[in-house]
Ligand binder design. Structure first.
Ligand code: ATP
Length: 135
């Protein structure tokens, strides 16, 4: 690997989503966006639901990550995500349906509704829709 590259591996319990050398990435860290260049100091952080932006030889990719952990060490970035999708894998109709379901749950006055779960589902859906629309 060249000095200016770093390996990015994104895996979920279901699959390997990404495994390539990249120039730069920005991750949705729990405490804010984290820009990572090759040779970055070692770190481990949890991730929010958000969009990971990747630059690779002038090309830019967006990958939705739905929380998890990221480790940076020796120019290797490992993301263990609960779920992750590249923008071309996102089913927008499915995300719209999930958004509607979550909004309806949050609007309902049912007392035993799991609000945090519905809020997280809503956040995942909104992030997927945003990423798929290229924003
Ligand atoms: P849904 O209610 O539609 O299942 P969800 O947010 O509950 O949405 P997750 O639990 O985050 O779904 O993900 C389950 C699996 O489905 C993961 O592998 C994830 O990558 C995939 N997935 C979820 N939503 C989409 C989508 N809109 N397009 C493509 N893949 C999706």
């Amino acid at each position: 690997m060249s000095e200016n590259k770093q390996r990015l591996e994104i895996v979920t319990p279901q699959k390997k989503v990404f495994s390539e050398d990249v120039d730069f990435l920005v991750a949705p860290g729990a405490d804010g966006e984290l820009g990572i260049l090759p040779g970055h100091t070692p770190l481990i952080t949890s991730l929010n639901v958000g969009i990971m932006r990747v630059e690779q030889e002038g090309k830019k990719y967006s990958i939705v990550v739905s929380g998890g952990f990221m480790e940076v060490r020796n120019s290797k970035v490992t993301v263990l995500a609960t779920a992750a999708e590249r923008t071309d894998e996102i089913d927008v109709a499915r995300a719209e349906a999930a958004k509607k379901r979550a909004e309806e749950r949050l609007a309902s006055k049912v007392p035993d509704i799991d609000t945090l779960r519905a809020e997280l589902a809503l956040r995942r859906a909104i992030t997927r829709i945003k990423a798929a629309s290229g924003k």
